[in-house]
Design a binder for this molecule. Structure first.
Ligand code: NZQ
Ligand code: ZN
Length: 387
């Protein structure tokens, strides 16, 4: 078991109607609030009006229009500008992972005198951030319970993971009913994203029985509940369990004491999203089974056996490689069964930039120390197999 140093300061308020806590949560943070949100889903579900009603006594400024795969320019820059000009005390992010991630970069960028890209890329240290509260509307990323955000810069094909302890939200308000309106496409993508977060912590060289059990339960919970959410989008129990499973999935708690995997599927997917602006969870679902096939060998096969037997109930009496291949096939079939397009060409990606993307990943993500090291040629192979 590896050493670790762990802290999550985020308060979670979970359940139906918990938005009533919002004024009390915001009050100690100050009066001037920046409200950040996306393309309008929060208005359609009445959440925008509810927030405005509850915060009637506050001075509210707004940053709407944050896109999926949130962009440095204009969103982060525009948010930083408002915070600096208006002297914002706290930021309230209402939406999915993209709104939260963008808000995290704004919160830190507003406390930095130079170009916010310096702190996002780690060129300059993050020394503080404006307090962040969020109301989550999409179960997927776990951004509500972690200190990371992912920001895209279109002109350089960059999609950078920005992780710093100052970026933990102060409080996340998690009402599963706000996810009833999430489309089938985003529900499935969210499930694939959260499953992959768990897999990135499970497929490691050194783990514990305890963590393996958490991860296997997390995967089974996500698969069962995503199916129920797709069948009945207003199934409160299924939406609630899926929300909680996603919240726990990216916080690192499942990996405490484990060795690090290098998060290879995320490293690859971030290049796909950066170059083609695709939905993160779909990219992950496409890459995952191809990555699994690529790394299956005598050193990793036992891990796949455990995964196959404990997550998919595959008969343990068979040959190891037989079980491992069935497990990989079951992973593919599950993603396919929830409606995810399972080839890169289905999401508009052909072979024309595979070499360029593989090079970008190899240079920027450093997967030579991953669970199974991946060099540029491996990345080309995985991407080509995913076409
Ligand atoms: O923009 P609006 O109108 O709000 O619509 C959004 C968006 O079009 C919609 N949506 C959100 N809540 C809804 C809803 N539609 C109907 N009803 C609701 N209640 O869903 C669409 C996608 O939203 P987005 O926020 O982009 O999705 P998600 O939460 O999956 O976030 C994806 C982003 O998070 C990053 C990804 O790379 C991607 O950029 N990630 C962040 C992580 C983190 N901070 O820890 C980890 C992840 O691995 C991931 O990389
Ligand atoms: Zn992810």
């Amino acid at each position: 078991m590896q050493n670790f140093d762990y802290m999550t300061p985020t308060r979670l308020i979970f359940g139906k109607g918990v938005i009533s806590n919002l004024p009390a949560v915001m009050k100690p943070l100050g009066k001037k609030i920046l409200l950040t949100y996306g393309g309008g889903s929060i208005k359609k579900i009445g959440l925008y009006d509810k927030v405005k009603e509850l915060l009637a006594g506050f001075e509210i400024y707004e940053l709407p229009g944050i896109q999926p795969n949130p962009k440095y320019d204009p969103s982060v820059l525009a948010g930083v500008k408002i915070c600096k000009e208006k002297g914002i005390d706290a930021i309230l992010a209402v939406g999915g992972g993209s709104v939260l991630d963008c808000t995290k970069a704004i919160a830190a960028g507003a406390k930095y005198d130079g170009d916010p890209w310096d702190i996002i890329t780690g060129k300059a240290p993050t020394l503080s951030a404006i307090p962040i509260v969020d109301i989550l509307t999409l179960s997927a990323t776990g951004s509500e319970y972690d200190c990371g955000g992912v920001i895209s810069r279109t002109e350089t094909n960059d999609k950078i993971g920005y992780v710093d302890p100052h970026l933990f939200p102060v409080c996340s308000i998690l009402d599963p009913t706000y996810t009833f309106s999430v489309s089938k496409k985003q529900t499935a993508a969210g499930c694939a994203d959260a499953m992959n977060h768990i897999m990135e912590q499970y497929f490691v060289a050194d783990s514990t029985l305890l963590n393996d059990g958490f991860c296997e339960a997390g995967l089974k919970s996500l698969m069962a509940n995503a199916k129920k959410c797709l069948e009945n989008p207003e199934d409160y129990t299924a939406r609630a369990e899926m929300m909680f499973a996603c919240t726990l999935g990216c916080n690192g708690i499942y990996a405490l004491g484990n060795s690090h995997s290098g998060w290879p599927c995320h490293a690859i997917e971030h290049a796909l999203s950066a170059y083609y602006d695709i939905t993160h969870g779909e990219g992950l679902a496409i890459i995952t089974p191809r990555w699994m096939k690529h790394i299956l060998n005598d050193k990793t096969v036992d891990r796949f056996v455990k995964y196959g037997v404990n997550v998919f109930g595959i008969d343990p009496k068979q040959d190891k490689y037989e079980i491992a291949n069935q497990a990989i096939e079951a992973t593919y079939k599950f993603f396919e069964s929830i409606g995810i397009p399972m080839h890169l060409k289905d999401v508009g990606i052909d072979d024309s930039r595979i070499g360029e993307m593989a090079h970008h990943i190899a240079v920027n993500e450093g997967l030579e120390n991953a669970f199974v090291p991946l060099l540029e040629a491996d990345l080309v192979k995985i991407l080509t197999e995913s076409l």
